[in-house]
Ligand binder design. Sequence first.
Ligand code: GTP
Ligand code: MG
Length: 137
Amino acid sequence: TNRTFTMIKPDAVANGHIGNILAMITNAGFRIVSLKLTQLTVADAQAFYAVHAQRPFYGELVDFMSSGPIVAAILEKENAVADFRTLIGATNPAEAAEGTIRKLYATSMGENAVHGSDSDENAAIEGNFHFSGREQF
Ligand code: GTP
Ligand code: MG
């Protein structure tokens, strides 16, 4: 098995979707390795999304991701990174497949309910950004 990292973003937390999203994740066969409610500082969000620093939406993304509490989690499953991206759906909820988390709970391209790591390497980096070794079960 391998691992991925996710955040339930401020929009989905504010809209009351934490429970439903966690249920979809566990029903899809992911084991929760780590889990917490937390909030990114502006500096945290800038660092987390540094790869997007040159993109036109970077400022908006950083402001949004630091605007309220998020749920951070490490998840484990066979083929975790790819299967989780299938479960969440396309970045733009208008293009997300039926039954995906973003189709159900995202409101826009920017406020799209959940994050999912895009590689095994980034999953490890992102998980370790949020959780100490003692918090990874
Ligand atoms: P993450 O799982 O959050 O990384 O999404 P992704 O991998 O599907 O998309 P990507 O890594 O390309 O972009 C990261 C995040 O930036 C997206 O999830 C959106 O929240 C945001 N984003 C991407 N494109 C746009 C855009 O055109 N406008 C705005 N406002 N936000 C965008
Ligand atoms: Mg991404």
